[in-house]
Design a binder for this molecule. Structure first.
Ligand code: HEM
Length: 398
């Protein structure tokens, strides 16, 4: 049970009316520094949310679904994708999460998916080399590699990796459509219908021809079609852009810090450190929502019942109370758990897949195949976003 809190000891939530969406999108980190220094939680009118930027406060929220529900009212994600496990609390969440079985877990990765990652990595590296001696590493390698991996793991044998990329982006755009742009809804709805049709076609096929994919596992369970559809749409949105962005940010960080790249090349066990430090430094999912179920106190600040909270792990991961010199990418910093994969009952179900595909395969194979890989001095990399953040373009030469 959650302990009773003494609200007389708490201070009111400060307002951060100086935060704007364009600034958040361009570079949220100076804003996070100012917010964190002032209070763990702010009311931010521009985003219509209470933004939680302090590490301890984000961690508390993740661990306490009784006080902080994932089932947000008025959720745009539910409108765009249906009611997935990500917007449910236990026990309903647990039923959906268990329906994924062992498909995304280390045993299955070792037995089936690592070979798929190797094959896909070889394909897209070959295409990259043919396109050379320069390319945008995101569009030409990271994105198709992440999409093709996810397509096969999910069991969409009737779609292409380009379909997956389009579905992922348009469904995510719907989830963030706070401006209520009808064109954005139209695109998200079109993708939603396409995903439904692809699922409807695959389920009977996989019932007769089972394989190791998510769709195949779900085809053999008595789980409502509505839940299958919502969970798979959420996984298309959550399982593609994040490994793509983690890969892009790690390459960018290492190419920008040649001394650290040299260290990693000399000691391959550091690929993992380089990856974890990169998702601490720039969390691919920078913010996700929760809703308070009662008046409560969070790290000394009074949060009212029904508050729409933004758990800003992108800010928590740079909290100087936890990480020394947090704005710096530094693979030699003391080990300290980051929050980029979330925590508690919604801890990322795809963390093993992300690590295996990026750390185990893509990073070492990329630097091995292109030993002269370097940033293009005439075309700077461009990063963007705050709810989702990553390198949008990474022009490289080799
Ligand atoms: C570096 C890559 C990734 C990052 C940083 C990441 C991050 C996250 C975060 C922060 C959450 C929790 C969000 C919340 O609590 O509201 C989450 C949940 C989830 N992720 Fe990932 N993710 C990554 C890769 C993947 C991949 C590759 C897959 C699928 C193959 C995946 C599938 C999921 C699923 C199914 C959930 C929902 C878990 C639940 O509600 O119980 N993720 N992820």
């Amino acid at each position: 049970m959650t302990p009773t809190v003494d609200s007389t000891q708490a201070r009111p939530v400060p307002v951060a009316d100086w935060v704007t969406i364009p600034e958040l999108h361009a570079d949220p980190f100076p804003l996070y520094q100012r917010m964190r220094a002032e209070a763990p939680v702010h009311w931010v009118p521009a985003v219509n949310r209470y933004m939680v930027t302090d590490y301890a406060a984000c961690h508390t929220i993740e661990q306490d679904q009784e006080r902080f529900s994932a089932d947000e009212s008025g959720s745009l994600m539910k409108r765009a994708m249906g009611h997935s496990m990500l917007r449910k609390d236990d026990p309903a969440h647990d039923v959906d999460r268990k329906s994924y079985g062992g498909v995304l877990r280390p045993n299955t990765i070792k037995r089936h998916w690592n070979a798929v990652f190797e094959q896909n990595c070889a394909t897209y590296l070959e295409r990259l080399e043919e396109a050379g001696p320069g390319a945008d590493l995101i569009a030409e390698f990271a994105a198709p590699y992440a999409a093709e991996n996810l397509r096969i793991i999910m069991g969409f044998h009737n779609a292409t990796q380009e379909d997956l990329q389009r579905w992922s982006q348009t469904l995510i755009d719907g989830t963030g459509n706070y401006a209520d742009d009808p064109d954005v809804w139209a695109e998200a709805e079109r993708s939603s219908r396409e995903v439904d049709a692809a699922i409807d076609e695959m389920l009977p096929h996989l019932r007769d021809n089972p394989d190791h994919s998510l769709l195949s596992g779900l085809a053999h369970l008595p789980i409502p079609l509505e839940a299958i559809r919502a969970n798979l749409k959420m996984t298309i949105g959550g399982g593609l852009n994040e490994p793509r962005d983690a890969l892009g940010t790690t390459v960018w960080a290492l190419l920008s810090n040649p001394d650290q790249l040299a260290q990693v090349l000399a000691e391959p066990s550091l690929w993992s450190t380089a990856f974890e430090e990169s998702i601490r430094w720039v969390a691919p999912i920078g913010m996700y929502p929760r809703e308070s179920t009662r008046d409560t106190v969070l790290e000394g600040v009074l949060v009212p019942k029904g508050a729409r909270l933004g758990v800003v792990v992108g800010a928590a991961n740079r909290d100087p109370k936890v990480f020394d010199d947090p704005e710096r990418y530094d693979i030699n910093r003391p080990k300290q758990p980051h929050l980029a994969f979330g925590g508690g009952n919604h801890f990322c179900a795809g963390a093993w897949v992300a690590r295996a595909s990026v750390v185990g395969v893509a990073m070492p194979r990329l630097f091995d195949a292109l030993p002269n890989l370097r940033l293009d001095p005439d075309a700077p990399a461009r990063a963007g976003g705050w709810v989702f953040r990553g390198v949008l373009q990474l022009p490289v030469l080799w």
